[in-house]
Write a protein that binds this ligand. Structure first.
Ligand code: UD1
Ligand code: CA
Length: 504
């Protein structure tokens, strides 16, 4: 186990002009975190005594964001961007102790892992080095600082592209910009930096030259996964690194026992948890702090955000946010579950259903085309098709309570606040404005009127009139038809008696 460093410094003061954005660069992101969020998550894995983020451009927004995602981080303000060396100097004002290891990393390098930072600290402390530089061999080193070694292979300097001569530009070992320093050496060297370079900046890289001049050891950790050191400078790199992180996350989950049918169209955020034998079908987005338990099937074409899906549940072609889907429950297709939705074990939110701030009890079903808002539904209930929980009076929201084993007839309007007692029924098409006692049938609709011959009189000459005439002439000579459609098993919650008050 790596000992915790005294400090980790995350540099994030730069402007990021190539993003062409009103939003500071480090607040752009992917996989459910900002770029800075990824950087501080990796840094926090080292559990440093002090975590300092250097802010400058857009600092009000960056500081506000930091307070939300990493309240343990301290903020150092660099008003003017006078170079990476100056940025670290600003940071060290926030670090109470002089001694110990100080790690420096960037806020715009999102794929760097905590594991790599730990390996860097290990190498640094085992070597007893003054500085340890994280480097990589790359095919195209353009733009990076080059690692200059002497005949014995020891690092003597880091030279920026713009300050390098022909021979130095040919070097393909690059400086990632990520280092572990001896805190005392770092403080001493920073005070000796000079801006005698092409940009007139104080270069942190010059600490290497100073350490060597003082006869101190400079070590390296050569990373064989250069993507981890790549920074985001524009939106093309943002998309490319976002896709790469997604591939890496999916690979980890597949190795852990998750089936991902189509990795190319499946997106999983960094803070998601997936259990064994979860299946993600094509077009699935699993976002935020979502947890999916063993054996659940998600998709196709489904978004889960900050949601818990319990074992064996299935969510098909739906959008689910801030919800809990119980064990073996089923959702969708085309369903929208909003924050505060809790589906009990074996419950169903079927096709074209929207649910908000409601509990649907064990085994209860909302099978078709309904809105359920601010409700508590007991166990074993059935909510007929096209039922609406009328929760909003134009000013305030009100709650509805539906008891165990209730049968709500299709197209019922439950006007909140209202309670339907256990085992009660409502008639299809009812508007329920008063509480229904347990076991009662509530009918709240107009009686049907039949006006015979209306079409022949009022719509003469239409196709409807012709069809009606044909049906009547066919019926007249041979008496009533032999089969009567009684419509008693429509399957969509027709719980009303066909003729009120006359049921056997
Ligand atoms: C730096 C390194 C270079 C390395 C490269 C890796 C120096 C002099 N050069 O170059 O060797 O190969 O990173 O990407 O260090 N920043 C501040 N304040 C400043 C200047 C920079 O906070 O005054 C931050 C930026 O926001 C950015 C990081 O430091 O996150 C790097 O700065 P940048 O100007 O991009 O350095 P490079 O020129 O890329
Ligand atoms: Ca850079």
């Amino acid at each position: 186990m790596t000992p915790a460093p005294a400090a980790v410094v995350v540099l994030a003061a730069g402007e990021g002009t190539r993003m062409r954005s009103a939003t500071p660069k480090v607040l752009h992101g992917f996989a459910g975190r900002s770029l800075l969020g990824h950087a501080v998550a990796a840094a926090s894995e080292l559990d440093p005594d002090t975590l300092v983020v250097v802010v400058g451009h857009g600092r009000e927004r960056v500081v506000e964001h930091l307070a939300a995602v990493a309240p343990h981080a301290r903020v150092a303000v660099q008003d003017e961007q006078r170079g990476t060396g100056h940025a670290v100097e600003c940071a060290l004002d926030q670090v109470p102790v002089a001694a110990g290891t100080v790690v420096v990393t960037y806020g715009d390098v999102p794929l760097l892992t905590g594991q790599t930072l730990a390996a860097l600290v290990d190498r640094h402390e085992q070597a007893g080095a003054a500085v340890t530089v994280l480097t990589a061999e790359v095919a195209d080193p353009t733009g990076y600082g080059r690692i200059v070694r002497d005949g014995a292979g020891e690092v003597v300097a880091i030279v920026e592209q713009r300050d390098a001569d022909e021979a130095q530009r040919a070097i393909t070992e690059i400086n990632s910009g990520i280092y572990a320093f001896d805190g005392r050496v770092l403080r001493g060297a920073l005070s000796r930096l000079e801006a005698d370079n092409d940009q007139g900046e104080l270069y942190l890289t010059d600490v290497v030259r100073i350490a060597r001049a003082d006869g101190l050891m400079v070590a390296t950790l050569v990373l064989d996964d250069p993507v981890q050191t790549e920074g985001v400078n524009d939106r093309v790199q943002l998309a490319a690194l976002g896709a790469e992180l997604n591939r890496r996350l999916l690979t980890q989950w597949m190795r852990a026992g998750v089936t991902v049918v189509d990795p190319a169209t499946t997106w999983v955020d960094a803070d998601v948890t997936l259990a064994r034998d979860v299946t993600l079908l094509p077009g699935v987005h699993v976002q935020g702090r979502t947890e999916v338990a063993e054996g659940a099937t998600i998709g196709p074409d489904t978004t889960l955000r900050d949601t818990v899906v319990e074992p064996g549940a299935a969510v098909v072609r739906s959008h689910v946010q801030g919800a809990r889907v119980g064990a073996g429950a089923s959702v969708g297709p085309f369903t929208f579950l909003r924050p505060g939705t809790v589906l009990g074990p074996g419950a169903k939110a079927g096709a074209y259903v929207e649910i908000k701030a409601s509990t649907v009890g064990e085994g209860s079903k909302v099978p078709h085309l309904s809105y359920v808002g601010d409700a508590t539904i007991g166990a074993g209930a059935n909510i007929g098709a096209a039922t609406v929980f009328v929760n909003y009076d134009g000013v305030a929201k009100h709650r509805t309570v539906v008891g165990d084993e209730v049968r709500i007839g299709s197209d019922t309007m439950l006007v909140a606040p209202v309670t339907v007692g256990a085992g009660a029924y409502t008639a299809a098409g009812s508007v329920i404005t008063e509480d229904v006692p347990p076991g009662a049938m509530a009918v709240g609709r107009a009686r049907q009127r039949v006006i015979r011959g209306w079409v022949a009189r009022r719509r003469a000459g239409t196709a409807a009139a012709a069809a009606a005439a044909l049906a009547e002439s066919a019926a007249e000579p041979s008496g009533p038809p032999s089969t009567t459609a009684d419509g008693s098993s429509s399957g969509v919650g027709q719980t009303a008696p066909r003729s009120e008050g006359s049921s056997p």
